[in-house]
Design a protein around this ligand. Structure first.
Ligand code: AMP
Length: 223
């Protein structure tokens, strides 16, 4: 099973993605996560990527595309959930070409829709748990408010991602996401057209609801 998940930063994509991943035992291929891992390990790729990430810019395609395609290849046996990629139409086309060349496909494309304003509020409030990045905590959302300054799930230490706290960078990331011509919305549109041709299945979720409502809808749509 291969699944792509789309949603702006702050849409709850990580949370719903974790659910999908667990349900089908998929590898979670998260482009931003691979970059962060490389930064943490001080690799050459990490050093290159950091300058772009800190500003909220996309890391150039010649770095990102081969990196993600390699990761997909490595996890092809059990299937994957692809998160954070593709983010522009070139990435979408290259991904689709690479899959077709290997006789592979995409079983589902999941898109979580939220308004730009809502996404921004959520992103500025979110906190990452040191024990598990998929423990949802957000100082602006009552249902997932941290307990004091600790993770509401496990009591772990919380921190804010540096690129989440820079409003300019958040705006830039959303400019890219909501760009229907050259950005991520256009990449999503590429897959929506494939779904119209019966080549994949496209699920749209209204991300404005609380986590459980979105989760129920998602589970009812996945076969
Ligand atoms: P994310 O964790 O998905 O918010 O990604 C963090 C940052 O990593 C983004 O703001 C980009 O700088 C970079 N990045 C992640 N995925 C991609 C991608 N598909 N193409 C280019 N840059 C990416």
């Amino acid at each position: 099973m291969n699944i792509i998940i789309f949603g702006p930063n702050g849409s709850g994509k990580g949370t719903q993605g974790a659910l999908i991943k667990a349900r089908y035992h998929l590898a979670h291929i998260e482009s931003g996560g691979i970059f962060r891992e490389n930064i943490g390990n001080g690799t050459a790729l990490g050093k290159k990527a950091k300058a772009y990430m800190d500003k909220g810019d996309l890391v150039p395609d010649d770095i990102t595309i081969p990196m993600v395609l390699d990761a997909l290849q490595a996890h092809q046996k059990h299937g994957w959930l692809l998160d954070g990629f593709p983010r522009n139409p070139v990435q979408a086309e290259k991904l689709w070409q690479a899959l077709q060349a290997s006789d592979l496909g995409v079983d589902y494309v999941v898109e979580i829709q939220v308004t730009r304003e809502e996404a921004k509020n959520r992103i500025l409030g979110r906190r990452t748990c040191a024990n598990d990045a998929n423990h949802p905590n957000n100082i602006f959302i009552d249902s997932i408010k941290p307990v004091g300054d600790k993770c509401r799930v496990c009591g772990g230490k919380l921190s804010a991602r540096s690129d989440d706290q820079n409003e300019e960078a958040v705006n830039k990331r959303h400019d890219i996401y909501y760009d229907g011509e050259n950005g991520t919305r256009a990449a999503a549109e590429f897959f929506k057209k494939l779904a119209e041709q019966g080549k994949t299945r496209y699920i749209i979720l209204d991300g404005a609801g609380d986590i459980n409502t979105v989760r129920e809808k998602l589970l009812s749509e996945l076969k």
